[in-house]
Design a protein around this ligand. Structure first.
Ligand SMILES: [Zn+2]
Length: 54
């Protein structure tokens, strides 16, 4: 399971990152938040699918 978070940069952009190694730069903290949520949801869905088919 992934746990994604965000960090706001000094220049106003934001980085979304996850302990699994995933990372994305975004122009705004809101966009980074959204990307972090999406990453977490997608990762959880992939895990559930793996468990169901293996
Ligand atoms: Zn992740």
């Amino acid at each position: 399971m992934c746990y994604a978070d965000t960090a706001t940069n000094a220049d106003g952009t934001a980085t979304a990152f996850c302990y699994c190694g995933w990372q994305q730069e975004h122009a705004t903290p809101d966009a980074a938040d959204h990307a972090a949520e999406t990453h977490q949801r997608d990762a959880d869905a992939a895990e559930a699918e793996f468990a169901a088919t293996h």
